[in-house]
Design a protein around this ligand. Structure first.
Ligand SMILES: [Zn+2]
Length: 297
């Protein structure tokens, strides 16, 4: 599933190619892409308008047209955009034709991707406000802000990070990589970190995302960039999908857990498990050695 670095990779490639071009036609071949809006309504709003910007917010792409008209797209699990496709591409859901740019297609085998319309900046702001928290590279994303949001929360820190209202754009890969960099176990209660750990985690989220952007994204499932090329970040994962391999810091074998239904990779030495768990483990190991518990009591 494309996360912030993959979406940003597409944005950086696509922006210089389509900004300034005028949309001639948008052919929505799968109406579910823009439902409940009808494809005809999308055509009325967009056709004949010039593209003035391509922005990103979280994992959303915002294709901005003149007159403050926004087409907000989400790639979800398998969506991708291909520029100047060679012939007809399987699983094409939307086909864009421009004056001043080559054709663009939204390809999406599993069909979870979406395109939505926002008319005017207030509508766009409201759309994002109800779905997304702070941008990770915004100055408002601080350790203190993270700590404030986590206060009193018993939810594990990994699903807390995956909630797009905590910080926009972080998904399964970058959550694992950030938690490893910060030395925080994914099952720690979100509200249980020390103040310095929230600051460290803030930095780690930015570091992991920056590394992903520099590698032009990660291609472990379907992600391809605008020209159909694979990203390379999957070759630089520190822990994600590295079960059994040595931790890059301490050489302890990486373990795989399931947290909130998601495959999760940790170094249990660099990321000490939550205290509650350690206590439970200690209880189990002392129970299995009665001679020791007898001598200590
Ligand atoms: Zn380690």
């Amino acid at each position: 599933m494309p996360e912030l670095p993959e979406v940003e990779t597409i944005r950086r490639q696509l922006a210089p190619r389509v900004v300034g071009a005028t949309l001639r036609t948008i052919d929505v071949r799968d109406p579910r892409w823009c439902a409940p809006l009808a494809p005809a309504a999308l055509r009325d709003a967009l056709e004949g308008r010039r593209v003035v910007a391509l922005a990103r917010r979280g994992k959303y792409l915002d294709l901005e047209f003149e007159d403050d008209v926004h087409l907000v797209m989400h790639l979800r699990m398998t969506g991708t955009l291909l520029y100047r496709p060679a012939g007809e591409v399987a699983h094409t859901r939307v086909h864009f034709d421009f004056d001043g740019a080559a054709p663009l297609v939204f390809v999406d085998p599993r069909r979870f991707g979406t395109g939505e319309l926002a008319l005017g900046a207030p509508a766009l702001a409201a759309f994002f406000a109800s779905r997304l928290g702070v941008e990770p590279f915004d100055e408002a994303f601080t350790g203190a802000a993270l700590r404030e949001r986590a206060r009193g929360r018993l939810l594990a820190i990994k699903p807390f990070l995956l909630d797009q209202r905590t910080v926009a754009g972080v998904g399964n890969i970058y959550a694992d990589e950030a938690l490893f960099r910060a030395g925080v176990h994914p099952l720690r209660a979100a509200g249980s970190l020390r103040p310095a750990q929230y600051a460290r985690l803030r930095d780690a989220v930015r570091e992991a995302l920056t590394a992903g952007i520099e590698a032009r994204g990660a291609s472990i499932d379907d992600f391809r960039d605008l020209d159909g090329a694979r990203g390379s970040y999957q070759d630089r994962f520190l822990v994600h999908r590295r079960e059994g391999e040595p931790c890059p810091v301490c050489s302890t074998p990486i373990r795989k857990l399931v947290v909130g239904g998601r495959g999760t990779y940790v170094c249990v030495r660099c990321q000490p498990p939550p205290r509650l768990r350690r206590r439970a483990q200690a209880a189990i190991s002392s129970a299995s050695r009665p001679e020791r518990s007898a001598s200590s009591s």
